[in-house]
Design a protein around this ligand. Structure first.
Ligand code: UN1
Length: 487
């Protein structure tokens, strides 16, 4: 079936009507598969108004009750897992397994957020004054703007929305203009959950589709208390200061340039599998994709030739076919980007109209030029090292700081890599690849990756404001720091 025909069936199943001026093309064959209505800047302002109204109501709904809405969203996602995953495959070009995995991340974060809705804990703090008590409470923050990229067209919304909702915040989503149908489908499913929930305020979950102007209007709106943006470092460099200018908060998930060190003691069978998935999976279009392999010189020749073998046997093609491991790049611009970084990039003739490439291996002597940049395509640079200290320095000597990994069976090396003097990334794994993080941990990275943390651990705090409360239950008014002030 052509992607266009299949999209028609899936959209009907998911309850989405396709119409409007923003066209969506499948990277599988480049053909249009549907369209959505585009928002104007005025519509963004109206959406922010509605979100602000929703906030005033939602912030006083008990958090466990807010969790009930997220539970229902999780139920809708479970029921629609297959068609939604399939739509991700059609619109983002991910293989079926990865589409299903992405929807599973949504389900997982919903479960996580439901539990969290009863655990938005504050602290109690010892006061220095007699008969005084200090606590901190976490209160809802305000409307959250969520800007997402094409490569995770549904999960990144869920990471943000599930937490924002239980934290008491409405959400306005500006999805990538390359994946508008996925966003429309998620909104349709969320709409079903809202209907079942019953009394949620109008404007609690909104989506505004369109290009850069729509995103900019959201970034600049003073009612958006938190702007969570996933995308390139170039995008974040613009968004961060604009939000800061109005003293809004931003949560940035920007580029990665993720490395893996393979030490002499490594279990090479495991390392090879991890390299294959992290470097070639999603056609190298994850922010966590493996881009640099730092191999000990004593094992480099053998390992590199085995990876070359694996890469040459990898099946590239229509992501809907079972057995395909590498689907298309998102579009022609992505292919041009790959060729700029690596002019010998091999285009594979898989499905006419799509941009399919063979994952590339490039051996380099030094970390310079394109190796320092994030190219959103499957290019794996190989560097060799002698000393573990040098390998860690190579890992860290880039401007990005998202994910990293070491394969080693040497306990000291593993600990060193994860220590304060080790990897400077937000994610530092041992005997696991750089991509495919679980939702339970905080997800994000340092330096030009933007510093934001989404998803698990205490990432929820970014979606709330902290109130420090000191209560005097005594008959006196002692001042802090022992100050005397009386007539
Ligand atoms: C992204 O590429 O923007 O760790 C997110 C991973 C996924 C999320 C990637 N859980 O690869």
């Amino acid at each position: 079936m052509s992607p266009a025909d299949e999209a028609r069936d899936l959209l009907a199943q998911l309850g989405v009507t396709s119409s409007g001026t923003l066209a969506s093309h499948s990277p599988i064959d480049g053909q249009q598969i549907g369209s959505v209505e585009e928002a104007s800047a005025a519509a963004v302002a109206a959406a922010c108004d509605r979100a602000q109204g929703a906030f005033l109501a939602w912030r006083t709904v008990p958090a466990p009750r807010r969790g009930e809405l997220v539970r229902l969203i999780g139920e809708e996602l479970r029921a629609a897992k297959e068609p939604l995953a399939r739509l991700v495959t059609l619109e983002a070009g991910k293989i079926v397994q990865e589409g299903l995995g992405e929807v599973q991340e949504m389900i997982d974060i919903c479960d996580y957020a439901v539990g969290l809705s009863r655990q938005l804990y504050g602290l109690s703090i010892s006061s220095e004054r007699a008969s005084h008590r200090m606590i901190e409470q976490w209160h809802p923050l305000g409307p959250v703007g969520v800007i997402t990229a094409f490569n995770f067209p549904v999960a990144v919304w869920a990471w943000n929305a599930a937490l924002a909702l239980v934290c008491g915040d409405p959400v306005i989503w500006k999805p990538s203009e390359k994946t508008p149908l996925c966003a429309a489908a998620v909104m349709a499913l969320a709409g079903r959950a809202l209907a079942r929930f019953g009394d949620a305020p109008e404007g609690l979950l909104q989506c505004i589709q369109g290009g850069r102007d729509v995103g900019e209007a959201l970034v600049d709106d003073p009612r958006i208390a938190l702007l969570s943006a996933t995308g390139s470092t170039a995008m974040g460099r613009k968004v961060g200061p604009r939000v800061a200018q109005r003293f809004g908060r931003s949560l940035l998930e920007l580029g990665g340039n993720n490395a893996m060190i393979v030490a002499p003691s490594a279990d090479l069978k495991l390392a090879e599998r991890a390299i294959l998935f992290a470097a070639a999976g999603t056609a190298g279009q994850r922010c966590t994709s493996l881009r640099r392999l730092i191999v000990h010189e004593s094992i480099a020749d053998g390992l590199v030739s085995r990876i070359r073998g694996l890469f040459s046997r990898i099946s590239i093609g229509d992501p809907r076919e079972s057995g395909t491991l590498v689907g298309p790049l998102i579009d022609e611009a992505a292919f041009e980007g790959m060729r700029r970084a690596f002019p010998a990039a091999e285009r594979v003739d898989a499905v006419e109209g799509g941009f399919y490439v063979r994952p590339a291996i490039v051996e380099v002597d030094r970390q310079e030029g394109m190796v320092l940049q994030e190219t959103f395509a499957p290019i794996l640079y190989i560097l060799r090292y002698k000393d573990i200290g040098d390998a860690i320095a190579l890992n860290n000597n880039v401007v990005q700081g998202l994910s990293s990994a070491i394969f080693t069976n040497d306990l000291k090396e593993a600990e060193l890599f994860q220590s304060a003097a080790g990897s400077d990334c937000g994610i530092a794994n041992v005997n696991i690849g750089t991509s495919g993080a679980e939702i339970g941990g905080a997800f994000g990275g340092e330096k030009e990756t933007g510093g934001g943390r989404e998803s698990g651990s205490d990432s929820w705090r970014a979606y709330m404001r902290r109130s420090t409360n000191t209560i005097n239950y005594g008959n006196d008014l002692p001042l802090a720091q022992g100050i005397e002030f009386a007539v």
